[in-house]
Write a protein that binds this ligand. Structure first.
Ligand code: NAD
Length: 331
């Protein structure tokens, strides 16, 4: 089947071509993200493949449908960037990669936590300049501290297990309580207890209308002074302006993010020769106690292999009119 692959990076091409080694599908790669303007590129392709910052809104889906597309395959877990109601109305089916490597994202969250707490980013820059001073590099022991996991699904549970291994007390918040989470020695807590006790808060819930700006001025005011906030989930979970205020006042001790609300205009591109118009991200990057990675938490060999193999398996199932195991529908 002909598949139009949007937002195709060099590694997308490499891993998708490896997953398609038998040449069963015809892959058409486009660097450009999906939008209403670019949707026409997929003309004649029964399937398209998109990533986190492609915009599969009703208008783009309408163009795709008119040009013969019947399947949108998301090569990611989150699906906040597709209008599922519009897809259902147009008869376009949607699949995602439900799980690939929760370890990849959880381990990146741990890397961010370790780096922001022990100031590895600052030490790295200093020693490259032969500055071996330790001033301003004091962190805290994680052992014995309280770590809050917001969203105790697949990734949150791996993160929780690693934190328990560090000797932390792990508390969680999730409308769906998981017996596995409790069995590993963690327990559930209400937002009030999280604010009171957590030295670290790590976000692992999806972006939905109910989780939009779940971290805001009110929740930050209730947080333990100096707490660290880690977000590897979705940028929209955080009200960035409120977080900047909390960093300025010292209420928040540090922030490490792999996702950013306005990342669609920035991430996955080399903008090093460009004047960045987004003053909010520029302000964030200027803080010594902020680390930003560009949505790379999933970027491991194991995860990419599984993502590409699962995506092409879904397209083959669609082509053969078989059950789509990873289908998502409007609720
Ligand atoms: P999952 O579905 O296994 O777990 C998500 C959990 O969040 C569920 O248990 C759900 O009940 C919970 N949740 C829903 N609403 C909540 C709320 N209001 N408060 C607290 N918890 C709530 O998903 P997962 O595989 O663990 O992935 C989690 C998120 O990680 C994804 O939605 C995606 O946004 C993000 N992600 C990021 C990357 C990356 O590269 N940075 C890669 C993959 C996934």
């Amino acid at each position: 089947m002909e598949i139009a692959v949007f937002s195709a990076t060099p590694y997308d091409r490499r891993y998708l071509e490896a997953a398609n080694a038998d040449g069963h599908h015809q892959l058409k790669f486009f660097d450009t993200p999906l939008s209403i303007e670019s949707a026409g590129l997929a003309a004649g392709c029964r399937a398209i493949c998109i990533f986190v910052n492609d915009n599969a809104d009703a208008a783009a889906l309408d163009v795709l449908k008119r040009n013969g597309t019947g399947l949108v395959a998301l090569r990611c877990t989150g699906f906040n960037n597709i209008d599922l109601d519009a897809a259902a109305r147009l008869g376009i089916r949607v699949v995602r990669v439900v799980t690939y490597s929760p370890n990849s994202v959880a381990e990146h969250a741990v890397a961010l936590l370790m780096a922001i707490n022990r100031k590895i980013h600052r030490a790295y820059n200093r020693t490259r300049d032969s500055n071996f001073s330790l001033d301003g590099l004091i962190g805290f022991d994680l052992a014995g501290k309280t770590v809050a996991v917001v969203g105790t699904g697949k990734i949150g549970q791996v993160f929780a297990r690693i934190m328990l291994g560090f000797g932390c007390e792990v508390i969680g918040h999730d409308p769906q309580h998981s017996p596995e989470f409790e069995a590993m020695g963690a327990h559930y807590a209400e937002p009030g207890e999280i604010g009171e006790k957590a030295d670290v808060v790590s976000l692992h819930c999806p972006l939905t209308p109910s989780t939009y700006h779940i971290i805001n001025a009110q929740t930050l005011a209730r947080a333990k002074p100096g707490a660290l906030l880690i977000n590897t989930s979705r940028g929209g979970l955080i009200d960035t302006e409120a977080v900047i205020d909390a960093l300025k006042s010292g209420q928040l001790g540090g922030l490490a993010i792999d996702v950013y609300e306005q990342e669609a205009d920035l991430f996955f591109r080399d903008l090093s020769g460009t004047v960045i118009a987004d003053d909010v991200i520029q302000r964030l990057i200027s803080f010594p106690n902020v680390i930003v990675t560009g949505h790379q938490a999933f970027l491991t060999n194991e995860a990419l292999t599984t993502i590409c193999e699962t995506t092409l398996r879904s397209v083959t199932a669609f082509e053969r009119n078989e059950t789509l195991e990873n289908e998502i529908r409007a609720s």
